[in-house]
Design a protein around this ligand. Structure first.
Ligand code: NOJ
Length: 491
């Protein structure tokens, strides 16, 4: 009995996920994240070109849940000074935002540069630095110039060359002040949603082959930008550059070997798909063999997963200076056994079915459940498998109805940050910084303004787009100031 009482006092809180009473290391950087299309607005102002998202939504407003668009969004193109004030008030030292490719190259091509766009970001970055905030600049957060979409978008390998041209212009103009670059945000989402489900531009349902070609082209584009930085700018500018990958942490649905295999498949077909070529070299073995086998049975004489040439393999491998990780949630995975050969499809290639743990807390968004320990497990996985040297958690956050009283978001952030801290202090994972998604409520793609991820509220009914701290914003501000997730930490 005594033993049981002792156990419950000293062990249970740990097992149930007690919040760490330790402080974040002084070197750890807190921040917030956004993306150009989701906050800037000014979609056709001062010489900006049209992005594929502008076209996709203007062409058919029904593509967005609330029939809204991002023409104004948070109006950050005009209200950027206010955004910097918010960041200062939060006390953060990192701000991850993206440059809009068509704002600086209206057609996406290097022959026509929009100086007003360059000036805008130059001024913004300078002001950030003056405020003591270090920019993490994402070059591509989904707003491809419409012209390049017409050229074949992410199915055309030539887009990698255009991305390189764009990246060079960004390095040249902003690189004296930007020391952390992210080339491409969540390439998996671009490929699976835009080229598989067809729910985002270009709205193609090429789930047999387009999704794989899209992955290859994005990886080549990332590598191109990396090498341009390496060859032409690194010596002088001394920054770091990588890409941002998103994944769930996947738990086997049971202890069975089959479900363990299911979780492995789920991870390889989502994270490994992009991480392997960059951090290890080539697609994951599991993907290569499975897709090649199924392709053969389907009547192809080659694999639907396009091979890298030996030269491309070398070109892509090692193109990282850190690991940019977006992690929101977990999945439970099962191996379904091999699906019958029929219509070729990425999901049949993968051979899993997924769900959520019965005790995981749901958010207002179908895909997002709170699974905080997944953060610690994933950080360990990334650290041990990919040896990235440094990890930044470039996105993580919670969706709610937008009210200022958002205890659910506080609970989520506190538990995730506690697991992140455990990964650093207990497991020795080098996580250098965290940029929460998002600084403020914004345009959530085809969900419009129905899903609110901000720690700061934005009034989209007011022409001023008034910003107001939510309770989670105040809570985060305190965490940043004290480096502590509870009322008082061990000194
Ligand atoms: C991932 C994306 O990078 C971002 O644009 C999006 O708003 C958030 N996750 C939330 O879904």
């Amino acid at each position: 009995m005594k033993v049981l009482v002792l156990l419950s006092v000293f062990w249970l809180p740990g097992i149930l996920g007690q919040i760490s009473n330790k402080k974040f290391p002084e070197s750890f950087q807190f921040g917030a994240a956004t993306a150009a299309y989701q906050i800037e607005g000014a979609w056709d102002e001062d010489g900006k070109g049209e992005s594929m998202w502008d076209r996709f939504i203007h062409e058919d407003p029904d593509r967005v849940k609330d029939r809204q668009n991002a023409d104004i969004a948070c109006d950050s193109y005009h209200k950027w000074r206010e955004d910097i004030e918010l960041l200062k008030e939060l006390g953060v030292t990192l701000y991850r935002f993206s440059v809009s490719w068509p704002r600086i190259l209206p057609n996406g091509t290097p022959n026509k540069i929009n100086q007003a766009g360059i000036d805008h970001y130059k001024t913004f970055i300078k002001a950030l630095k003056e405020a003591g905030i270090e920019p993490i600049v994402t070059l591509y957060h989904w707003d491809l110039p419409q012209h390049l979409l017409e050229l074949g978008g992410w199915l055309n390998e030539q887009i990698a060359d255009y991305f390189g041209e764009y990246a060079r212009i960004a390095f040249k103009n902003f690189g004296d002040d930007v020391k952390i670059w992210a080339t491409i945000n969540e390439p998996k989402s671009t490929c699976l949603i835009g080229y598989g489900a067809g729910d985002s531009p270009p709205g193609l349902k090429l789930v047999a082959d387009g999704v794989y070609q899209c992955a290859k082209v994005q990886l080549l584009a990332h590598a191109k930008a990396y090498h341009i930085y390496d060859d032409e700018f690194r010596a002088q500018q001394g920054g770091r550059i990588s890409l941002v990958l998103d994944t769930t942490y996947n738990e086997p649905a049971s202890d069975s070997d089959a479900d363990k295999f299911g979780a492995e498949l789920e991870t390889e077909f989502n994270l490994g798909w992009y991480a392997n070529p960059v951090y290890i070299g080539d697609w994951p073995e599991l993907m290569k063999t499975r897709i090649a086998n199924r392709s053969r049975q389907e009547g192809y004489s080659f694999s639907r997963l396009p091979e890298f040439t030996a030269e491309q393999l070398k070109y892509v491998n090692g193109t990282f200076d850190y690991f940019g990780l977006n992690m929101y949630t977990g999945l439970t995975a099962q191996y379904t056994g091999e699906f019958d050969i029929g219509e070729p499809n990425y999901y049949l290639d993968k051979g899993t079915s997924t769900s959520h743990g019965a005790d995981w807390t749901p958010s207002t968004v179908s895909w997002l459940y709170s699974y905080p320990v997944g953060m610690r497990k994933l950080l360990n996985l990334v650290w041990n498998k990919y040896n990235p040297g440094t990890i930044y958690v470039t996105e993580n956050g919670w969706a709610s109805d937008g009210s200022l009283n958002d205890q659910g978001r506080i609970d989520y952030l506190q538990a995730y940050l506690s697991n992140l801290l455990d990964a650093i202090l207990e497991d020795g994972v080098n996580v250098a910084g965290y940029t929460t998604w998002s600084l403020m409520d914004n345009f959530e793609w085809t969900e419009g303004y129905t899903q609110k991820f901000g720690i700061i509220h934005v009034d989209f009914d007011s022409p001023n787009r008034t910003r107001t701290f939510k309770e989670s914003g105040r809570w985060y501000q305190k965490v940043v100031a004290t480096r502590c997730l509870i009322d008082s930490c061990d000194e």
